[in-house]
Ligand binder design. Structure first.
Ligand code: NAD
Ligand code: LMR
Length: 339
């Protein structure tokens, strides 16, 4: 965030001198669900990103206020709010990146899969809009259950004839953000220097942090690694319980969503070696979608990177997560093709 803020003040200086359009290509980012708990702080963070020239904020309610508010910030992008399904097309037209945090969040006692019945339909109709109005956009799926909403999106795009597996991403960055924070706390290292890949999916045991690959290395004892793994897997639930019925992670998710969208924009702009973990179409395991490190480029996914070497504990975790992840993927595919 510090670097986003620094960049944004650079961007505003540039804008005042009138060089903005020369400094970075025009890029339109659309946020669907922009007036929600994630949508609002994410809109703020994307407004601070100097790589964005047009910020399009869409929701079924509340977007005029959020857009008016965010638009007063003196950074590069022009902000427009769109409300109601009839305006989805205008919100999406010309978008390079579409971020989707639309849908209901968990309450205590619920799993992410309990959100399926409501969120699957929301995602399906928003993706039909993307296929129609901005079929080439990179889609950043935040809405839960990500393990199913990404396959739903893929099926909708296939049916519309617009599917490009390089352009569809489940956002799992919050798992990486959490793994980095929790690891730094235990390893007593500077959190800003920490890297931890997180693979699999985005729900409970399907979230598999690879602390054996964490840098800087700390040689933590096995029981600490087990506890860190569990805390990362339960990070979302920790927030849901602390919020006690008022929703799930919004601020840390907005931060994570902004990091991932920034990586997509950098990739589109040709910045080399942009690597983030994401839940994408994959051949890294036998499952059709899987989260792993991905190199981003001018067309979205440039390369899905392998898993690297895993500890015995991680190998066990990998085998354990496969049945649940497989059934969540199949549930999404089935929903998209039945309804
Ligand atoms: P929220 O209820 O605060 O906001 C959701 C917003 O979506 C609301 O403003 C609502 O009006 C809007 N919306 C509903 N239907 C819509 C539609 N058809 N088109 C456009 N907008 C629509 O919820 P939140 O806390 O922002 O969470 C949103 C989603 O993100 C949830 O599904 C949650 O589980 C998920 N989430 C994912 C991650 C992740 O790591 N991927 C992290 C946190 C939350
Ligand atoms: C998270 O990981 O915080 C999100 O997926 C929201 C949730 O329901 O836990």
């Amino acid at each position: 965030l510090r670097s986003l803020l620094r960049n944004s003040s650079d961007a505003s200086r540039v804008t005042r001198r009138g060089f903005a359009s020369g400094s970075a290509p025009e890029r339109k980012v659309a946020i669907l669900g922009a007036a929600g708990g994630i949508g609002q702080p994410l809109s703020l963070l994307m407004k601070l990103n100097p790589l964005v020239s047009h910020l399009s904020l869409f929701d079924i309610a509340g977007t005029p206020g959020v857009a008016a508010d965010v638009s007063h910030i003196n950074t590069r992008s022009e902000v427009v709010g769109f409300m109601g399904d009839e305006n989805l097309g205008k919100a999406l037209e010309g978008a390079d990146v579409v971020i989707i945090p639309a849908g209901v969040p968990r309450k205590p006692g619920m799993t992410r899969d309990d959100l399926f019945n409501i969120n699957a339909g929301i995602v399906k109709s928003l993706c039909a809009g993307i296929a129609k109005y901005c079929p080439n956009a990179l889609v950043n799926m935040i809405s839960n259950p990500v393990n199913s909403t990404v396959p739903i999106a893929a099926e909708v795009f296939k049916k519309a004839g617009t599917y490009d597996e390089k352009r569809l991403f489940g956002v799992t960055t919050l798992d990486v953000v959490r793994a980095k924070t929790f690891y730094a706390g235990k390893a007593n290292v500077n959190v800003a220097e920490v890297n931890v890949p997180v693979i699999g999916g985005h729900a409970g045991v399907t979230i598999l942090p690879l602390f054996s690959q964490a840098t800087p290395q700390a040689n933590l004892p096995h029981d600490v690694i087990v506890a860190l793994t569990k805390r990362t897997q339960d990070g979302g639930t920790e927030v849901v319980e602390a919020k006690a019925g008022k929703g799930s992670a919004t601020l840390s998710m907005a931060y994570a969503g902004a990091i991932f969208a920034d990586a997509c924009l950098k990739g589109l702009n040709g910045v080399p070696d942009v690597v983030e973990c994401s839940f994408v179409q994959s051949t890294v395991t036998e499952l059709p979608f899987f989260a792993s490190k991905v190199r981003l480029g001018k067309n979205g996914v440039e390369e899905v990177l392998g898993l690297g070497s895993l500890s015995d504990f991680e190998k066990e975790g990998l085998e354990k997560l496969k049945p649940e992840l497989k059934s969540s993927i199949e549930k999404g595919i089935q929903f998209a093709n039945q309804n």
